[in-house]
Ligand binder design. Structure first.
Ligand code: SME
Length: 137
């Protein structure tokens, strides 16, 4: 029997490490393009369970990143009109796309209960994390 970790186990570990070590990362999860469909499917995550296991492209912060291929930093979720609320405790969100062979295949999504907590440092760090994640998919 193999003791190799599966990809999902590794992704869950990434979520756990981020949530445990960065105080203002309160929900950390991955969404991936769902096969050939124009939608995202929830992957491994830590934090409060969410009803939003499928997100159509274009919908919410995550769905917008699926089509823009760009980082999306939201300092105040209440100021967004195209936003899907998962928990009333969330104040801010950051979504960073994951590229494999130049294709946007998914993203890391982080919610914070702290207002306006994300800086350029978070973007650079999470881009690095996403590049590492891309290399194990
Ligand atoms: N807030 C996200 C939905 C995912 S939950 O944060 C886990 C959005 O607007 O796309």
């Amino acid at each position: 029997e193999s003791t190799e970790k599966t990809v999902d186990e590794r992704l869950l570990k990434v979520c756990q490490l981020l949530e445990e070590n960065i105080s203002y990362y309160n929900w950390v999860g991955f969404y991936f393009k769902n096969g050939d469909k124009e939608e995202l499917k929830l992957g491994p995550y830590v934090g409060a369970p969410t009803d939003h296991t499928i997100i159509p492209f274009g919908k919410g912060i995550c769905g917008q990143v699926a089509v823009s291929n760009e980082n999306f930093v939201v300092p105040d979720v209440s100021a967004q009109d195209n936003y899907i609320a998962c928990s009333i405790t969330v104040k801010a969100e950051i979504v960073i796309p994951i590229f494999v062979n130049g294709q946007n295949i998914g993203q890391i999504d982080i919610d914070s209960n702290t207002p306006d907590p994300f800086t350029d440092k978070d973007e650079r760090f999470l881009e690095f994390v996403c590049a590492k994640v891309a290399s194990i998919l």
